[in-house]
Design a protein around this ligand. Structure first.
Ligand code: MOS
Length: 735
């Protein structure tokens, strides 16, 4: 009998393949006669190309062609993902002389070797006509729109009468918090290998959306989606950067068609900052009012967030801040600020990371004003009814996250006064905490599970392995149900040969892929029991599978399942098959669902050179049932690194004189390294949320960094007495 696999600390099933170099990422494909493409990008903030001279570059040995707006293929329009399309943005470079932002591609060099392409880049001569532009949230020349008016699908969140209730509050906080633009910077760069076989296009790419790429490319190129296959078995980090079709992919496809050879295009790190999405800069005015007992009676959360000049990227942080606590009177409002960059998009916990820096900072400020413990304040304002819809939450173990985290951290030993805790050498010690929530979102999926006569199995389902461990989770579910070892199961995901490959994002991957896999495996199991002719409720041991199938003259057994989120209609499968987003949640027909987290952080600050360093973090998560403990824990570690980065170092710098993002490299865009992290302790509540799916899975990828930056900032306040409301917190803020 095999050990219980689900929830156990099982190994990452693709770990060995990754370590041995057998796992093929997008750019790892090396095809015969492959050519290399490299974009040339605009060096002005905005304007148009007056002339572009590619003669010298094209004359260089090894260069096959230089594509510009003058000679490249015309593409059909692509819609922005929030306008119902497949694109990371609607604007497609190389289609005209227009330059909408610094870093936009304006030419593509295609050469025999990467070296030739690199060398030719500097030989492209461009003469620009410049135009004025805006890149700052409060800068001149921007344009603003009210989100709920411009995008009725993203309304404000309202309960009761927040303005009236706030005016009666005994204690109020009214502060402005800002978070900068940030870039995802996964280790793996954006990369496409495009090859044509006659009229059929094969794309090898690391993407979170192989179906989206398939549907989007077909539209752009005006070809049948059935003649496009996108293959993406591994992604070296996505974080939202790779969840829709970005300009480099179609450029590679067009280049491959033009030169009649496969083309590899790897977007260099310095270009990545303008080649796809990023997290918009945001500013939050947050007002919270409580009565004298610490019961919060009202909150108003108003946001300004950046979008591009040509697309409206919504900012939906109040979807979650409005339901974090039982605040009976609430109102939100969002102003979108159109700036001259590429369109911002999703970056891990896309809105919540910023919105909870504001909310959880304000909660800390409120706790100090009330002279109340911040953990107790949050527990006192917990709720089981969603103030916005009046519906019940599904499993909501926020208070348990808070209590368990406080216990594991030793929170009771904290003295509340700022600057009251010091090490022997005078180092200031700060203990801070914050909580977070993230909506449970689920997509529709189909799964096939095949059991072979040699007791190996194959699984086909939608999903993308970005390192988060979805392949491991899928394997563990199938292994347990089929009663075979995880190593005997092969999982095909991220490949449009098994549609629909839902966009893997929003922390919905596991909750979407594993329920149909369970059901399909159950069907195989039922067939095994039937073949065995046994009245028992379990099939014989896997050693007998071969014999059973042989006796019945079968080479394999197939189980199929389709699965929808609660309240989702079967029609969504058609949408998903076109690579369009087909999701449900956080509101389901009779419930509202979120994942929760509590973070406890210790920072240490040298009083002479006041640089905050994170010494330890304890985080406790309610993400429903944990399917794959090892990869889940690892995902939380990653999210905490994000929290520390957001709090202390990460910012994409803009300058109104130049446009674009200027620190476009990971030397100057600073991400925490090992020495910046201290110790991280992670725990899971691990209670299945069975209202949502048969496995009780909620979501984990996004929740882990929600509130993390606030916890660090609150700890910095406790250490230093400085309340920094503008991220990142740098030495100069603490001088
Ligand atoms: Mo993720 S930020 O939803 O791709």
């Amino acid at each position: 009998m095999m050990e219980k696999s689900i929830g156990a600390d099982a190994q990452r099933v693709d770990g060995a393949d990754k370590v041995k170099g057998n796992a093929l990422f997008g750019a790892d494909r090396i095809l015969p006669r492959m050519a290399y493409a490299l974009p040339v990008t605009a060096t002005i903030g905005k304007g148009r190309i007056r002339s572009i001279d590619t003669a010298e570059a094209e004359a260089m040995r090894g260069v096959l062609v230089v594509l510009t707006h003058l000679n490249t293929d015309r593409l059909k329009p692509l819609q922005f993902v929030f306008a119902g399309g497949h694109g990371i943005q609607s604007f497609q470079p190389l289609q005209s002389d227009i330059v909408l932002y610094r870093g936009q591609a304006i030419a593509l060099i295609v050469a025999d070797s990467l070296e030739a392409a690199q060398a030719a880049r500097s030989l492209v001569r461009v003469d620009y006509e410049t135009a004025s532009f805006a890149v700052e949230l409060d800068g001149r020349g921007s344009e603003t729109v009210n989100q709920s008016t411009a995008l009725p699908y993203f309304p404000d969140f309202v309960a009761g009468d927040a303005d009236r209730a706030l005016s009666t509050a005994a204690i109020t906080v009214d502060e402005t918090y800002t978070t900068p633009a940030q870039h995802q910077n996964p280790i793996e760069l954006l990369a496409t290998v495009a090859e044509w076989a006659g009229d059929c296009l094969i794309i090898h790419e690391s993407t979170q959306a192989s179906q989206g790429l398939c549907g989007g490319l077909a539209l752009q190129l005006g070809i049948d989606p059935a003649s496009v296959r996108v293959i993406s078995p591994y992604v070296g980090g996505g974080f939202g950067q790779k969840n829709s079709i970005a300009p480099h992919t179609v450029m590679a496809a067009v280049a491959a068609r033009r030169v009649g050879r496969p083309v590899k295009l790897v977007v260099p790190r310095d270009q990545v900052f303008h080649a796809t999405s990023f997290r918009s800069a945001a500013k939050h005015r947050i007002r919270v009012g409580a009565d004298s007992t610490g019961k919060i009676i009202a909150a108003i959360h108003e946001m300004r967030a950046q979008t591009s000049r040509f697309d409206l990227m919504p900012f939906t942080g109040a979807e979650t801040t409005s339901r974090m606590y039982g605040i009976p009177n609430f109102r939100s409002g969002v102003t979108l600020v159109k700036l001259d960059t590429q369109t911002p998009g999703f970056m891990r916990a896309p809105f919540e990371m910023s919105a909870f820096f504001a909310l959880e900072g304000a909660m800390d400020e409120l706790a100090y004003k009330l002279a109340c413990d911040p953990v107790e304040l949050r527990i006192a304002n917990d709720t089981h009814t969603d103030p916005i819809t009046g519906k019940a939450y599904t499993v909501r173990r926020l208070a348990d996250c808070l209590r368990r985290g406080a216990q594991q951290f030793g929170w009771a030993r904290r003295s509340a006064e700022p600057r009251s805790m010091r090490d022997k050498d005078g180092t200031l010690i700060g203990w801070g905490m914050a909580a977070g929530a993230y909506p449970v979102i689920i997509a529709a999926a189909l799964a096939t599970v095949r059991l072979n006569a040699d007791a190996t199995a194959e699984v086909w389902v939608g999903g993308h392995e970005m390192g988060q461990g979805i392949r491991t989770a899928i394997t563990l579910v199938a292994a347990e149900e089929l009663g075979i070892e995880p190593q005997k199961i092969r999982v095909t995901i991220g490949d449009t040969i098994a549609p629909p490959q839902h966009v893997t994002a929003g922390a919905w991957g596991t909750a979407t892929a594993t329920p149909p896999v369970l059901e399909a495996a159950r069907s195989v199991r039922a067939q095994l029991i039937e073949l065995a002719g046994s009245k028992a409720d379990s099939p014989p041991g896997s050693a007998q599978y071969g014999e059973l199938l042989k006796r019945s003259g079968l080479s394999h057994l197939d189980g199929h399942a389709q699965w929808f989120a609660p309240g989702q209609k079967p029609e969504v499968i058609a949408k998903a098959k076109q690579g369009l987003i087909a999701i449900r949640g956080p509101e389901f027909p009779d419930c509202v669902a979120f994942s929760y987290i509590a973070h406890f952080v210790e920072v240490r600050v040298n009083p002479r050179i006041p640089r905050a360093r994170v010494a330890r973090i304890v985080s406790v998560v309610d993400c429903g049932r944990v399917i794959s403990k090892r990869t889940a824990r690892s995902q939380v570690y990653g999210g905490l690194v994000w929290g520390v980065g957001a709090a202390l170092s990460e910012e994409s710098e803009v300058d109104p004189r130049f446009g674009g993002f200027l620190n476009s490299n990971i030397a100057e865009y600073q991400i925490p390294v090992n020495a910046d992290m201290g110790s991280c302790e992670v725990d899971f509540i691990d209670e299945p949320d069975l209202k949502l799916n048969s496995l009780g899975v909620k979501g984990l990828g996004e929740i882990v960094c929600v509130g993390a930056a606030a916890a660090v900032a609150n700890a910095v306040f406790h250490a230093t007495g400085r309340r920094v409301r503008d991220l990142p917190i740098r030495i100069e803020d603490l001088m």
